[in-house]
Every structure is written in structure tokens, then in C-alpha cells.
Design a protein around this ligand. Sequence first.
Ligand SMILES: O=C(CO)COP(=O)(O)O
Ligand SMILES: [Zn+2]
Length: 208
Amino acid sequence: MNETAARQQIVAAARSLFTRSLTHGSTGNISIRVGDRIVVTPTGSSLGTIETDELSIIGPHGEHLDGAKPSKEAFLHAAMLRARPHDNAVVHTHSTYAAAVSCLAGLDPDNALPPLTAYYAMRVGRLPLLPYHAPGDNSLEALAERTAIDNHALLLSNHGPIVTAKTLSTALDALEELEETAKLFLLLKDHHVRPLTTEQIRALSGHP
Ligand SMILES: O=C(CO)COP(=O)(O)O
Ligand SMILES: [Zn+2]
């Protein structure tokens, strides 16, 4: 993957998320690592209208190297990519159902959503809940980096999800699965639910 391709992928993903209302206003950010540079959306931009020549470049520790001022969450993208050397893409949104779940009291901080479906178990797995911090507050950096070593999807309290994956398309797939499962979780809140068993989840390993 070269930087030109990374820019094109980010813009295509940004438009796709925005047109499907998975982001709104100037929320959400996307990045792809290319060698020791990370291409990331700029701060304050609408993912619906961002162009390839408006992106920012940061280094492995979130330092601004080139282009527009990076997303205020660029430090989180960089922290998760440092923790996960085999992943190269990060997506963060305020998608409605995942953001709604992130506002609930009494969630399990080790795993905010139950394994309701096989696709959730396969694409997301565990979802640690990180404590509330204001957007862009980089005192969350160390905890995010530590937690991301064993988890590619995190839920930021009263905020939204952030997901890493090997490629941007797999990160989007996981983020969308997380959003749909958050929706199911809220739809089912007054019902007696039977999540997948540990045995059923184990049997999914190796499934594409
Ligand atoms: O989602 C956001 C903050 O959490 C958007 O911030 P940026 O516009 O700086 O990327
Ligand atoms: Zn945000």
C-alpha cells in the first residue's frame, strides 16, 4: 500500500460512512499506516466532503509531520497502531447505537456488549469500555495503548467506538458489525436474551 492508495481508501471510506449516517457533522476520523507514516483525516472536517489532498500525516507517536492539522484523536490512532503492529487501519465514529450503548450505566468495563451473534463474535470479539475523557484528551493514550494490545475494538464511554484492523475494509466491517450489534442489544433490552455460549464462540474460530 502506498500513500496515494491510502489517501484514496480513506476518502472512499469517509464518504461511505457519512452517506450511510455512520458519521455526522464533523465527527469521526480514519487513518491508514504506510510504513512509519500514518495518513489521517484532519481535525474539524466532514467525512462527507474530505478530499485526498486535505489529509494529514503523523508519525508513530502522533507527531504532526505534514498536511493539515490532524484529527484531535490522532494520538489514539497512533497508540492503537503501536500496540498492534499487524494492523494498519483505524476507524472511529460516533455511530448512533454504539454511542448510545457507550452512555449506559452498569456496563461490563471488560466487555461492553454480549456475543449476540456469530458475526459479532467473529468480527469484533471483546469490546473493552474505556473511561470517559473529553475528545482529544491524550491522558487516555497509555490506557488505550495497553488495552489495544489484546483488543482491536474499544468503546469510549459517552463517545463511541474505535476499531483497528489489518486493512481499512476489515476495520469498517468490524465497526459496522459493532454498530448493528449495539442496535440489537438496545432492541433486546427488555427481552430475555441468550447470547452465544463459550463453546459456540470457540467453534467459530477459523471461520472466515
Ligand atoms: O470524533 C471526533 C472527536 O472525538 C472528531 O474529531 P476530529 O474532527 O478532530 O477528528
Ligand atoms: Zn469522537
